[in-house]
Design a protein around this ligand. Sequence first.
Ligand code: SF4
Length: 420
Amino acid sequence: MEINKKYKIYNNKFNIPELCVPAGNLNILKYAVAYGADAVYIGGSRYNLRSFGENFSITEFKKAVTYAHERNVKIYLTLNAIINESELAELKKYIIAISKIEFDAVIISDPSVFEIVKDLIPAMRLHISTQASISNSIAVNFWARLGAQRVNLARELSYEEISQIVKKSKIDIEVFVHGALCISYSGRCMLSKYLTGRDANKGQCSHTCRWKYYLMEEKRPNMFLPVDMDKRGTYIYNSRDLCLLEKLELICKSGVSSIKIEGRMKTENYVAQVTWVYRQALDMVKSGSFTAENKKYLLEELDKTTHRSFTEGFMFLPNKKHSELTGNDNVGYIKKYRFAGSVEFFSDKYGINIIKARNQFKKGQTLDLIQPGKKPSSITLKSIINFNTLKEVDVVNTNDLVIINELGNFDEFSLLRVKL
Ligand code: SF4
């Protein structure tokens, strides 16, 4: 197995960590499970840091837990908002309402939530969120003494620091390996609240760090002075997206128990593809086949999802060169492929899965068919039949239901993507 010799290995145990994946709704959770998640983390309508995401109702929580557990997948409830004094009574009512649902753990950052969950659901496992900015082993073991079972470390730590923390910690350690980063210390940020009234600590972040900024001198209110680094201006707070795929063997060597993917606001298309890539990578690490060629292939697959420029973040930041994190050639998203369609239902009459178009595609275009557990394959569309009219069509528009016979038999969780 290739292990980068530059990094000192602190732990003897080689651990294949749990793959922990986000899901913003029940449909996305099903894709996360199908594409290889070991655990899924979800949020309710309240007290989680994605309050603008779709999120789950209490009824949906029950369905989600049953669905995940029937497939041997763990399910964690995220309750990691910072709580104000005036919210405590409502918080207690909410925790009572979810107390009978058999989550595998609750993810918290505010000690008030920790205390209330411990009090009302004593058997519940408690995981400490990255929002708590835990950055050393004494802090981890402090939470362990209080009864926590896992800590998701601050994203600002180096590989060496993480490895040493794992060695000295009494409970499980989890790290983020993929997805959006904040320029603030693990999400502790007032920028969004200050500029838009939307509080990032309540899950309402408006991503103000990714706006374009100018400098203004107080006596010249209409003169905006660019602080340019290139011709489009300087996005001084804008971070790249984290991607630690290439360092996965080293991360396994660090002894962490869980690797986490960010993105509870992402579509099923994104969650399925990223989950598939990391599942393949972990399985390859386990079997000793995570070769340079396989890494390159999987990295190319990640590049087909919609993302910002990638960085290996603070964990492998070369000589603390922070410009590597913020030097963002693509301040917006890199989008090389578009989500074309997903399976809507199986037609008994025609014996085939019916596809619902999620964006426009046309006859003659090459589509990739993505399926759980398989490498994506490509087909050039020769014939498309509209399900409602049963007539051949050249162009498929968003929400059209279509039959594509040349796809043959394919999984109910299949997805189609088209190159832009
Ligand atoms: S504004 Fe940016 S840095 Fe602040 S919480 Fe939101 S994403 Fe993070």
